[in-house]
Write a protein that binds this ligand. Structure first.
Ligand code: MSP
Length: 671
């Protein structure tokens, strides 16, 4: 039976400059999805590429003193090298200067003129060259471009226009019939209210003021203007309009796309103009457009002029591609904006990768060698502890699949890490070293097998995100090919006994925090040349204290704060705190202390019952951003399910919720 297909795309990037870590974000996310679908047995087509026409490219090439094509070739080589370094498993890379694209765009343009969808008229307005955007007089800010603040020029020129207005009703009907088309959901209303309701303007689709573009066949003083040229890459790359029957069959096989991944700033083009162009061509529409959020720096958007751009190659050279992929996917809930901070990067690498996953793999291999001859042993009878871990593994797989289907990468990774932490705790609780000492061979074999089996599952599951580490561990643990498949992870208890296990250096080195912060400050430079993004002394001190947590003894004395027993950072780290926003609140019937809250955690909205009814009216809580413990076992309070807990500061007399400034995104990690 033919495999089901899955066609996924990234935006095609402007090669007017080297790409930065923000562009890598989309590409890494799409790659994780592509790899996941391949593991799930899909025939995947993963497309990326470059959007090579337009005045900006022409100007940049002139500035560099190079012929345009040479300028482009050099940047494309740099971009492909970046994707290789980041282990991007794209199946095709389309350049809009390739004949397979230009020829078809020319034909499409002719056809749309013949159909009356494209007409000739005059364009008048203000034009910003760097942004390649037209603005109406009223849209300008103090006479300048509202996006970048630079000078605009008044242009009046003959242009072709696409009659968008003709298709608006059909588009709205399509949205109605396909409620999942625009993701996340919130972006849909923004589109309808901001762009469609005020009256959709026809789109200018040709220019005569520059010539670096695809000429209009019947009127070659015009070149096709960016979006019609750019968007059609998604169909030309897979063979639409090709003369080659094999390519046409490819188009039939993969179109419509399953998902276009795009940054939120270009959702509009993908959910309004693109569907309308496809309607005019009589083609089916893509199944989904996912508009993800932006990776920001502490001082806002990444931009050359702010000098806060990070070169992804420098990061990969220093930390490896898995580390960067992990950070991007784990740190920022897909769909929301997130801030890149060097501190967060180093923490994620130290805690999640080195401490949790790396250490699990490393210490287990060492124990397998020390206690049972360097092979995964055959297990004896399971006890409750093994059953519990096996059950958690099953639950993890179910959660992981659900979150991947929802494209919630950060949550999917949190699912896997829950099992990794549980496996580390299982080792601590079972203490194989003690079993070895007292000669309890059967228990020792069972425990070591159980840990190895958990490592097998985790290593298969992490492959979409950190493919190198996943594969390396499967090899290190001698896992046979049939137990590396996704399907094989549905069973906890595969016959991997007797597999030889190698001892290898740790997967991820533990980093020295201060040294890395210093180095990272050097990679991102501020406008004045001073290192940017360095934590303030106070922040760094706070951090240091946390890092050192395991080594520092409690200094509490009877006159200071009375504490419970001192815990290590690893224990604290098991508590997962996140920013949540209260969306709804009401009283729990027959319970005078309890309120039922609906709390938006970005990736999901949870019901939490909280004992704060004596201190607040439900309505005053709406909109508050609070800190939520998200990994507490769900309970029922007075028959109402509660899934999490909200933090509050209290004295005998009063209680205040711990709140977070409004600009922090829902779902942001608190630590
Ligand atoms: N060429 C157009 C897209 C045409 S698609 C038919 C374009 N190119 S771009 O080079 O400007 O890249 C835009 C895309 O890069 C964004 O949509 C987003 O996917 C990604 N990102 C650029 N900066 C980003 C961040 N700071 N954070 C996250 N993604 C970012 O627009």
């Amino acid at each position: 039976m033919a495999k089901p297909t899955f066609y996924i795309t990234t935006p095609i990037y402007y090669p007017n400059d080297k790409l930065h870590i923000g562009h890598s974000y989309t590409t890494v996310a799409a790659d994780a999805m592509a790899r996941y679908k391949r593991l799930r047995g899909y025939d995947v087509m993963y497309l990326t590429g470059t959007d090579e026409h337009g005045q900006k490219i022409q100007l940049r090439a002139a500035e560099a003193g190079k012929p345009v094509m040479q300028f482009l070739d050099e940047i494309i080589e740099w971009i492909k090298d970046l994707w290789d370094k980041l282990d991007i498993s794209y199946d095709d890379f389309i350049r809009t200067t390739e004949p397979r694209h230009t020829k078809v765009v020319e034909e499409i343009f002719e056809r749309l003129i013949d159909q009356g969808d494209i007409y000739l008229s005059d364009y008048e307005g203000w034009y910003c060259t760097p942004c390649e955007s037209f603005w109406a007089e009223r849209e300008l800010v103090e006479g300048k471009c509202p996006d970048c603040g630079r000078e605009v020029q008044y242009v009046s020129e003959e242009s072709y226009f696409f009659r968008m207005s003709k298709y608006v009703d059909r588009l709205l009907q399509f949205y109605e019939e396909h409620p999942d088309f625009i993701q996340p959901e919130s972006r849909k209303n923004e589109m309808i209210n901001n762009f469609i309701k005020p009256g959709l303007k026809d789109l200018c689709v040709s220019r005569t003021s520059f010539d670096w573009g695809i000429p209009v066949r019947r009127d070659p003083k015009h070149v096709v203007y960016v979006w019609l040229d750019a968007l059609t890459n998604y169909i030309t790359a897979i063979g639409y309009g090709s003369d080659d029957p094999k390519m046409r069959a490819k188009f039939e096989k993969y179109w419509p796309a399953d998902v276009h991944f795009v940054g939120k700033e270009i959702v509009r083009f993908h959910v309004i103009y693109w569907p309308i162009i496809l309607m005019a061509l009589g083609l089916p529409l893509p199944k989904k457009v996912y508009g993800h959020g932006f990776l920001l720096m502490k001082d806002g958007k990444m931009s050359k002029s702010k000098g806060n751009v990070i070169d992804p190659k420098l990061l990969i050279d220093r930390y490896g591609s898995d580390a960067i992929r992990y950070f991007l996917l784990r740190e920022i809930p897909f769909g929301q904006d997130g801030v890149f901070t060097p501190e967060a990067l180093v923490e994620r690498l130290n805690f999640d990768l080195a401490n949790d996953f790396g250490n699990l793999v490393h210490r287990t291999a060492a124990m397998l060698h020390r206690f049972v001859g360097g092979r995964v042993p055959l297990p004896g009878a399971r006890t409750d502890a093994e059953e519990e871990l096996a059950e958690l593994a099953g639950q993890t797989l179910r959660d992981l699949e659900q979150h991947m289907d929802e494209m919630q990468f950060s949550v999917a990774l949190a699912d896997i890490w829950r099992l990794i932490r549980a496996a580390n705790k299982y080792i601590d609780d079972m203490a194989p070293w003690a079993l070895h000492k007292r000669g309890d061979e059967e228990r020792l074999r069972t425990v070591m097998y159980t840990v190895a089996e958990t490592i097998r599952l985790v290593s298969v599951w992490v492959q979409p995100f950190i493919p190198r580490a996943g594969l390396q561990v499967l090899e290190q643990y001698g896992i046979a090919p049939e137990f590396r498949t996704w399907e094989s992870t549905r069973t906890f208890g595969a016959p991997i006994g007797q597999s030889p296990v190698e001892q290898r250096p740790p997967l991820f080195p533990r980093l020295d925090v201060d040294e890395e912060l210093e180095a990272l400050a050097g990679l991102t430079r501020g406008r004045d040349g001073a290192p940017a993004s360095r934590a303030t002394d106070a922040e760094a001190a706070g951090h240091g204290a946390k890092q050192e947590g395991q080594r520092v003894e409690s200094t509490a004395t009877p006159t200071g704060v009375q504490t419970k027993e001192t815990i290590g950072i690893d224990v604290f780290d098991q508590v997962e705190l996140r920013v949540g926003q209260i969306r709804a609140a009401d009283r729990v019937p027959n319970a005078d202390k309890l309120l039922r809250l609906e709390v938006d955690l970005g990736a999901e909205t949870r019901q939490i019952v909280s004992g704060i009814a004596k201190h607040f009216q439900p309505e005053e809580l709406i909109g508050k951003k609070v800190v939520v413990v998200v990994n507490l076992k769900p309970v029922k309070l007075r028959g109402v399910a509660s899934n999490g807990m909200i933090l509050a500061a209290s004295t005998e007399e009063q209680l205040q919720l711990v709140t977070v400034p409004d600009f922090m995104p829902n779902g942001a990690v608190v630590k």
